[in-house]
Design a protein around this ligand. Sequence first.
Ligand SMILES: NC(=O)C1=CN([C@@H]2O[C@H](COP(=O)(O)OP(=O)(O)OC[C@H]3O[C@@H](n4cnc5c(N)ncnc54)[C@H](OP(=O)(O)O)[C@@H]3O)[C@@H](O)[C@H]2O)C=CC1
Ligand SMILES: Cc1cn([C@H]2C[C@H](O)[C@@H](COP(=O)(O)OP(=O)(O)O[C@H]3O[C@@H](C)C(=O)[C@@H](O)[C@H]3O)O2)c(=O)[nH]c1=O
Length: 303
Amino acid sequence: MTAPKRYLVTGLQGQVVQSLIERAAGHVDVELIAAGRPELDLSRPESVQSAVFSAKPDLIISAAAYTAVDQAESDESAAFAANAQGPDALAKAAARLGIPIVHLSTDYVFDGSKATPYTELDPVAPLGVYGRSKLEGEYAVASATDNHVILRTAWVYGPFGKNFLKTMLKAAESRAQFNVVDDQNGNPTSSIDIADALLAISRNIISLPDSALRGVFHMTAKGEATWADFAREIFKTSLANGGPSAHVTSIPSSAYPTPARRPANSRLDCGKLERAHSISLPDWHLSTASTVARLVDVTRLTR
Ligand SMILES: NC(=O)C1=CN([C@@H]2O[C@H](COP(=O)(O)OP(=O)(O)OC[C@H]3O[C@@H](n4cnc5c(N)ncnc54)[C@H](OP(=O)(O)O)[C@@H]3O)[C@@H](O)[C@H]2O)C=CC1
Ligand SMILES: Cc1cn([C@H]2C[C@H](O)[C@@H](COP(=O)(O)OP(=O)(O)O[C@H]3O[C@@H](C)C(=O)[C@@H](O)[C@H]3O)O2)c(=O)[nH]c1=O
């Protein structure tokens, strides 16, 4: 039997990393090495390089990031350090070792002015610091090595870490009504589905040299929603599973002021990923249902 491939993944407690750890456990041909602060701190490039060189991985999955969208507006240097300078150091280390890097990016690189889903060829124009810093990270990765896959995903939720779905479920234990914006359209995407896709994409690029498998790809769940649609679906499934529920009132973004502006449309067209890698993620309704069922079950058991 051949030795398992070693994947170094950045971040420890993040929702995607925790999902990857869970899903990779079922892959005997993969050894996952998760590295996070303080050993690997994206804002300290020397720590990034030494973590990579000491792990000697066969591939890097770059999943750690500064993800506090509103906080980034007043913490620009930290956001750029983690989202641009960190990935730059990671990709340069990957280039030195001659290994591929899979880097996660975001729908917030777009300004949302397009009427239809964005493709990889559409012009980028981030509205805020988080989106700008992530875009800078994409450029850094792409210029350090051709052996990269940049995956723009969106609206990530799952059983681990912090996300909109968990915020809603938790808050509904003590509140009966929520005002939620209904003029931002996107694709709620499960961290578990992302993890499965990351494992499949990593296997493809580690074994095949084709340039068509590399570059920028959009990777979100099938189907679209507003945040209000998403909240209603969360509560509908929670109720069906005996969990907390609440009434959702649709509001415009203007009635929910936040430091960062968010795109009105950040739906992503994932056709390129499907054509090149034969990968498409399940519909968000299905994955929302399984995530809610899992979380509600845990809540019940721990009461
Ligand atoms: N969340 C979302 O909705 C979306 C996320 N993405 C992208 O997907 C990727 C994964 O996101 P997600 O799992 O949700 O992220 P999380 O916010 O759940 O986790 C982020 C992780 O990054 C780590 N991190 C933050 N700053 C640093 C740093 N300076 N050095 C080392 N590690 C750091 C955090 O570490 P610690 O635990 O120590 O705080 C945490 O483990 C990111 O690249 C993100 O930009 C893309 C679209 C949507
Ligand atoms: C909690 C809450 C939020 N909202 C709104 C605020 C905002 O416009 C929208 C989403 O709120 P959040 O702050 O949870 O999500 P946000 O931080 O914007 O999520 C983004 O995170 C980064 C990391 C990404 O890359 C993006 O793809 C996207 O997932 O919902 C309500 O309208 N009512 C509420 O009760």
